[in-house]
Write a protein that binds this ligand. Structure first.
Ligand SMILES: [Zn+2]
Length: 222
């Protein structure tokens, strides 16, 4: 297990992969618009470790749904009950803002409202405050890290590759290979349960395990 370089400024680090030599990758799922109970059953029955980064407006189906989530059968179907079900199935629930803004366009107070407000809601609805924060679109600045720290966040979590509809992995590196410690990003979209099944089978075929992000981060921070 590797260690994270501690930022010299004392603010939460920005992490986009986990330092490890083991063939392990990490699954993260964002927003929370499409709330398919079939996905919760998969996570529970197959004991697949996932971290869900939830946005209030997606969970509560407020306003206009993200275009990628439209047409789903389960848009906002269970609201926070769905998030609790996912937590009960073994997922970790993390912070992805209230309204999914481009944070660097906001000042410190605005960013803090987005991050602290979400942590409070997650704590109220699940009993546990999140320790990880994912900035929408991956966009952040120093004020984001300051605000995250003030809201009790330990690290900002980005990603290595995104998973497209159909379970296809879109890599940010040119050789299109999974690497130890990769963090994969999915979304709560229509057909998530099907895409997830395809993805998990693909990862296992390539000889990788699925890791528990929380456990690895705690070990790396020691
Ligand atoms: Zn998002």
């Amino acid at each position: 297990m590797g260690r994270f370089p501690r930022p010299g400024d004392g603010l939460p680090p920005v992490i986009s992969s986990i330092p490890t030599k083991r063939k392990v990758v990490f699954l993260t799922i964002d927003d929370g618009w499409e709330q398919d109970p079939g996905f919760v059953a998969q996570v529970r029955d197959q004991r697949i470790p996932v971290a869900a980064f939830v946005t209030r407006d997606a969970v509560e189906a407020r306003g206009t749904a993200d275009p990628t989530a439209q047409g789903g059968r389960f848009l906002g179907a269970g609201k926070w009950r769905y998030v609790r079900d996912l937590r009960d199935a073994g997922a970790t629930i993390e912070n992805h803002t209230l309204t999914h803004p481009n944070l660097p366009a906001l000042g410190y107070a605005g960013q803090k409202t987005e991050i602290c407000g979400t942590s409070k809601l997650i704590r109220r609805h699940t009993g546990t405050a999140p320790t990880l924060f994912r900035p929408p679109f991956g966009n952040h600045n120093t004020l984001t890290r300051r605000a995250a720290k003030a809201c009790g966040i330990d690290a900002l979590l980005l990603w290595t590759a995104t998973v497209q509809p159909g379970g296809k992995i879109a890599y940010q590196v040119p050789d299109k290979k999974l690497r130890p410690g990769d963090i994969l990003l999915l979304h709560f979209r229509p057909n998530l349960a099907r895409d997830f099944r395809i993805l998990v089978a693909k990862i296992k075929r390539r000889g990788f395990e699925l890791g528990n992000l929380d456990a690895y981060l705690k070990a790396a921070a020691r």
